[in-house]
Design a protein around this ligand. Structure first.
Ligand SMILES: [Ca+2]
Ligand SMILES: [Ca+2]
Ligand SMILES: [Ca+2]
Length: 157
């Protein structure tokens, strides 16, 4: 039951975040939806996501748990695709996103012991947060988020 609720909430947030807020920061982490992301919100969001994946609750994400989470996401994506028109385009960009995620996931297991600790799980997101938080006040505003997006775009050329 709990998982169903989390999934439904996640889907709703994704739908809401789909356009304007999509960017380097995860808009789902903005728990009070005020357009600003605090470090506390990010940590809470990461805790929740980690707990949702860590099915046996041992504080580590094992390969099997990662695979289960992946299948979960795949199922949800299939649902979304079904609900959407213009499948050909969606499929292509979906492939690209999947490839990107695979790359990210590989880097997550920083010490290569085959399991992902909570620290490893959150490391990249926290690093991104610090990068985006230009004035280091512990809050990423929409302006800071937009600036980071622009900077990324410029780097990509
Ligand atoms: Ca917020
Ligand atoms: Ca586990
Ligand atoms: Ca800031």
């Amino acid at each position: 039951m709990r998982i169903t609720t989390i999934l439904a909430g996640g889907l709703l947030s994704v739908a809401l975040a789909g356009t304007a807020l999509a960017g380097p920061m995860d808009a789902r982490a903005d728990l009070d939806k005020n357009g600003q992301l605090t470090k506390t919100e990010l940590t809470t969001h990461l805790d929740q996501r980690f707990a949702a994946i860590d099915a046996n609750g041992n504080g580590q994400i094992e390969t099997a748990e990662m695979q289960a989470a992946r299948q979960d996401r795949r199922a949800r994506r299939a649902e979304r695709r079904k609900a959407r028109s213009g499948d050909a385009v969606g499929e292509r960009s979906g492939e690209k996103r999947r490839a990107m995620r695979r790359g990210k996931r590989g880097q997550r297991d920083a010490n290569g012991d085959g399991v992902i600790s909570r620290d490893e799980f959150g490391a990249r997101a926290l690093k991104r947060f610090d990068l985006a938080d230009a004035n280091s006040d512990g809050i990423v505003t929409q302006e800071e988020r937009a600036a980071m997006k622009e900077a990324r775009k410029a780097r990509r050329g």
